[in-house]
Structure formats: C-alpha cells, structure tokens
Design a protein around this ligand. Structure first.
Ligand SMILES: C[S@@+](CC[C@H](N)C(=O)[O-])C[C@H]1O[C@@H](n2cnc3c(N)ncnc32)[C@H](O)[C@@H]1O
Ligand code: SF4
Ligand code: SF4
Length: 349
C-alpha cells in the first residue's frame, strides 16, 4: 500500500506540478494549506466547459444533452474572470473541457492566463486538433497536462464510436507528439460492459503503455447524455471486479480516484466537494454530466453560487456513488431533466 501511494504521489506530481513554475507550486501549496488551516471549504478543481461544439458524435457521449450554441459561450474575458474567482476561493486546478476545447481559438490565451494566475491548467481532448504546432503553443502557454480520449485499441472501432474517420490516427499522433515533447499525457477511456468483456479495455491500457503515456484514466460508464435512459449499461459487480484487476497505482486509475483503494472506496468528486463545473454558457453544475444548475456566473460571483450548490440537497447523496448512476438521485431528478426543453435545469424548483 505504501509503495502504491508513493506511485500515486509521483503521478500527481508529474501531472500537476512538473511543468509549473516554482512560484506556482508554492502558491498552490499555500492555497491548499490556508483553506485547511482556516477550515475553509473550497473545491480543489474547477472544470470549465469552454464550448459544447465538437467534431465527433460519440455513441455514448454524456455531454450531448446540452444545446450547442457558440453565440452564448462565455467570452475569453468571462472565462478569465471565472479563473480569478476560482483562485480567490483557493482552487488550484483548472480543467478546460468540452465539447472539444481545441476548437476555441483563444484556448492558448486561457491556458496562459490560468498558469500565470498560479493555477494548474489541463485539457481534455478528442485529439483531432492536437497537431505538433498546437502541442508547442500549449506548452508555451504552460499547460500542465493533456488527456486524450481513446475508446478502442482498433482504429476502425474507435472511429466508428467517435463518428469521425481518422480520429484514432490523429489522437495517436497527438499522443506521440506530447510524449516526445515532454508534455504530461494521459489516455482517457471509459469502462463499459462491452469493452471489459471483450478485453478491449485491457488492450487500450496496453496501447497507452506502448505509447509511453504517463497514465491511463478510466471513467465509469455514466448514465447521462446519450446514455441517460440506458440503465442496463451500468457495470455489473463482476465487471467491476474485472475492472479492479486492471488498475495499477500511479499508472491506471479510475477518474478522480487516483488511489490504490479506488474501487473499494469510490468517491464522487462532486458530492465530496472536490470539484465543480462551469458550463460553456456559465451555468455552475455539480458535474459536467449532471444537468442541474445552481446559478450562472454571468449573474452571480462563483462563491455565491458555490454556497447555493453546496447547501443544496444534492450534496446529501451517497458520496460513494456517481450521482447519475444512483437510483435515488435519478428517481428524484430524472423526471424533471427528461421533461425539460433545455438543460441544465435549475437545481431546485
Ligand atoms: C466529455 S469528453 C470532453 C473532451 C473531449 N471532447 C474528449 O472526447 O476527450 C471527456 C471524456 O469523457 C468521456 N465520456 C463522455 N461521455 C461519457 C459517459 N457517458 N460515460 C463515461 N465517460 C464519458 C469521454 O470518453 C472523454 O474521455
Ligand atoms: S465524448 Fe468528447 S469528442 Fe465525443 S462527442 Fe462527447 S465531447 Fe465530443
Ligand atoms: S456525478 Fe460524481 S461520480 Fe458521476 S461523473 Fe460526476 S463527479 Fe464523477
């Protein structure tokens, strides 16, 4: 266990701090310490959805509930304000998310702003635009890490699932470029009944190792977006045991659960108050896959909305379960979510 935790700590260092300046490391450590010393409750991480736009149409995408409208996306300046407000709360990590974040032309500027504000910025990408030039410019902006999605070890199957020919090859060449240039790189994949049982998930892990990535992150099938009504897609206890056997401390981990105890002690980062999500339109949600909004950063500052969210009944659900996969949560919120004309819906009516 001790060795496992050391490996996890080494991975956390590589992904978050390796590319940060000395001053950013000190200031991040100070923000975390200050909140602990003074008993201030704040998230460690804020995920900012910079756009809902995307070139892919993944068959399982948990984000396709939302209406794509580039006209109402937060502007560069509005995103910078969110980052500043997050820093004032004591947040250290900023994840730039989508849709596909590389579709935003101002992404480098946002990354540079976050890193110069002593935050640790990372991105999640489908890899289609992860060209050597983009890797270079993101590194110049001092990106901490990149997570590239990989759904299958086979090019044809990956492209089928993503709905874009050539997606696999682009993602692989983007990963190779990050590895060669020394930009910390993680393969992001999701665990499904199909890919656990077919052995494809294991093969994605092997592919990641052969490409030399820093880690492989596995996300549990989340019943949101395309999968909102697909209850039968939840992993069975046997699938979970098989999944557990694939985890390797410091190398293969379950989302947000980079500890060796991930499967026996799972934690929903939203309910555990470790992170919040700001949507491309400014809505503040418990998580990108949970279509409930506690308010909008265009109307209220982040700390006011955070207090509203964290004092709401949503935070009283079992932190050991994904909200969207929890039948109690679904029983309470799904009728309203399914009946809504547009999402997210207000947290409480
Ligand atoms: C929503 S995408 C956003 C970033 C980018 N478009 C991409 O595909 O990497 C981030 C990650 O969430 C995963 N994901 C999407 N929908 C999911 C779902 N319903 N369950 C589990 N993981 C999901 C994707 O595989 C991807 O690795
Ligand atoms: S998973 Fe990512 S790439 Fe696929 S449709 Fe969703 S946002 Fe786009
Ligand atoms: S609701 Fe919790 S467990 Fe589910 S995807 Fe969001 S943060 Fe992860």
């Amino acid at each position: 266990m001790i060795f496992g935790n050391l490996k996890v700590a080494r991975l956390a260092y590589r992904l978050y701090f390796r590319r940060a300046t000395f001053m950013t490391r000190i200031l991040c450590a100070w923000r975390l310490l200050k909140n602990r010393l003074f008993g201030i409750r704040a998230p460690i991480s804020v995920m900012i959805g910079v756009t809902y736009r995307c070139q892919c149409g993944c068959v399982y995408c948990g984000m396709n509930l939302y209406q794509v409208d580039a006209e109402v996306e937060l502007s560069t300046e509005e995103i910078k304000t969110v980052i500043e407000q997050a820093r004032e709360l004591g947040v250290v990590e900023i994840t730039l998310f989508g849709g596909e974040p590389l579709l935003r032309d101002d992404l480098d500027e946002i990354v540079a702003f976050a890193s110069s504000a002593s935050m640790l910025p990372s991105i999640d990408t489908n890899g289609l635009l992860l060209t050597p030039e983009r890797v270079e410019s993101l590194m110049n902006a001092r990106l901490s890490a990149v997570k590239v999605s990989m759904d299958s070890p086979e090019a044809g199957e990956h492209d089928r699932m993503r709905g874009v020919a050539g997606c696999f090859d682009q993602a692989v060449s983007g990963i190779r470029c990050c590895v060669e240039r020394g930009l910390p790189c993680v393969i992001s994949t999701y665990a499904s009944r199909e890919n656990i049982r077919s052995g494809d998930l294991r093969r994605v892990i092997e592919l990641g190792k052969s490409l030399g990535v820093d880690a492989v992150r596995i996300i549990d099938t989340t019943l949101s977006g395309c999968l909102l009504a697909e209850k039968h897609k939840k992993l069975s206890p046997e699938d979970r045991r098989e999944l557990a056997s694939m985890l390797e401390p410091g190398l293969v981990f379950l989302e947000n659960l980079a500890s060796a105890r991930a499967l026996t002690h799972p934690v929903c980062s939203a309910v555990a108050r470790r992170y919040i999500y700001v949507s491309p339109n400014g809505d503040v949600q418990p998580c990108c896959f949970v279509p409930l909004s506690a308010g909008n950063v265009r109307e209220d500052p982040l700390n006011t909305i955070l207090a509203r969210l964290w004092n709401s009944p949503v935070m009283s659900y079992d932190p050991g379960r994904c909200l969207m996969n929890n039948h109690k949560f679904r029983g309470h919120y799904l009728p309203r979510i399914e009946a809504a004309d547009s999402l997210p819906v207000a947290l409480e009516e």
